[in-house]
Design a protein around this ligand. Structure first.
Ligand SMILES: Nc1ncnc2c1ncn2[C@@H]1O[C@H](COP(=O)(O)OP(=O)(O)OP(=O)(O)O)[C@@H](O)[C@H]1O
Ligand SMILES: [Mg+2]
Length: 344
């Protein structure tokens, strides 16, 4: 039984050493946390590690995505849903969850814990004590700081030697423009330069590769170079975040004004959403309902929004940038809300 691990819809690159280490750690420790900056690849690594570890767990792997949760209120309910507990009981939700897990032998993945660290720590303290067969893999931009937590730092993809970062750039560039070959003079060097500038951060690399087709590899490299230099001294951000912001800012510049407006307005939707929800929530003023559909396709093409079948999703780092833009536009950030759901 594999459970509800998210499907992967794009190629996976590298991480062999990390996966070998995770295999050992998940076999030996009750709680492992993958820690690293936004967009560095924690979730993607957790998906692979969870799939690899599934056969070792009698009751499989259960995956709880905590990124859409705005506060800790729905945490226990979200984890209960993830493990398949139908909560019809007079007991407190946490007691019901502990009881349900008591005799289970499963791997629970808590993805994106950083904004709910105290509540996650409390919950994990309880369930790890009452369920001896439970193993937890968490991802977080910050450690959870729980006794017994084994931390694994997720670094960006290597840019020298095996250069997995370059492989990722080439894969995503080919997806954006099937005609790009990296055979033309200067193209391969420009691609390597982009990966170095972006410090191997997968999210940043995907965003940059999303520009291929409308721009040549050399143009993308030149653009990133100049933006990076401008921002190097000016910011208080640690370099990795600074680079990421630079990259996102650059993606933002590539968008049409209506795409930017949609990007900003989409940030009020929590979790994933379909096209109808985007139309319903974001169409107003210059952005008509048809305009939302066109702009949404544009954002997908630029890797700002991910599409998986009919569902759309924005990475947290990208959403944060959109929120800043929403404030700049002078639109009151409305209360975050769940995407309206239709059908099954
Ligand atoms: N090894 C990899 N191979 C291919 N794509 C990758 C790899 N690692 C990350 N990516 C891609 O890079 C993007 C960012 O990765 P991911 O979402 O895992 O980052 P994260 O560290 O979980 O970020 P956040 O802190 O915002 O949750 C995703 O689109 C992901 O698919
Ligand atoms: Mg993540």
């Amino acid at each position: 039984m594999v459970g509800n691990i998210p499907e992967e819809t794009t190629s996976f690159v590298g991480r062999a050493a990390e996966l070998a280490r995770l295999e050992d750690t998940l076999g030996a420790c009750r709680l492992t946390t993958l820690v690293g900056a936004g967009g560095v690849g924690k979730t993607r690594l957790a998906v692979r590690a969870a799939r690899q570890a599934a056969p070792a767990h009698r009751d499989g792997v259960r995956w709880a995505d905590l990124s859409p949760l705005q506060g800790d209120g729905p945490l226990v309910a979200t984890v209960s849903d993830a493990v398949g507990l139908a909560a019809h009981t007079l007991r407190t939700p946490i007691d019901a969850l502990c009881e349900w897990l008591t005799d289970k032998q499963l791997l629970l993945v808590l993805d994106s814990c950083e904004h709910l660290r105290p509540s996650c720590s409390h919950l994990l303290g309880e369930i790890l004590t009452t369920s001896p067969g439970l193993t937890v893999l968490a991802t977080s931009r910050q450690p959870l700081d729980i006794k017994g937590e084994r931390l694994i730092e997720v670094a960006p993809l290597p840019v020298e030697g095996v250069a997995d970062a370059l492989t990722l750039f080439q894969d995503r560039a080919r997806a954006a423009d099937p005609d790009v070959t990296f055979d033309a003079p200067g193209e391969a060097e420009a691609a390597a330069e982009i990966c170095r500038r972006l410090e191997g951060i997968p999210l940043a690399i995907e965003l940059a590769a999303g520009g291929i087709g409308r721009h040549t590899v050399e143009q993308v490299a030149a653009r990133i170079g100049s933006r990076f230099d401008v921002l190097t001294d000016a910011s208080l951000w640690p370099p990795r975040h600074r680079t990421l912001r630079t990259t996102i800012g650059w993606s933002h510049e590539l968008c049409t004004p209506l795409e930017r407006l949609l990007w900003a307005r989409l940030t009020v939707l929590r979790g994933d959403f379909d096209e109808a929800a985007a139309r319903e929530v974001c169409a107003e003023g210059p952005l008509t309902e048809d305009g939302v559909v066109t702009a949404l396709r544009g954002l997908v093409a630029k890797s700002v929004v991910k599409r998986d079948g009919g569902r759309h999703r924005m990475l947290d780092t990208i959403r944060e940038y959109g929120r800043m833009w929403l404030a700049e536009l002078g639109e009151e950030p409305s209360t975050p809300r769940d995407a309206p759901h239709r059908g099954p």
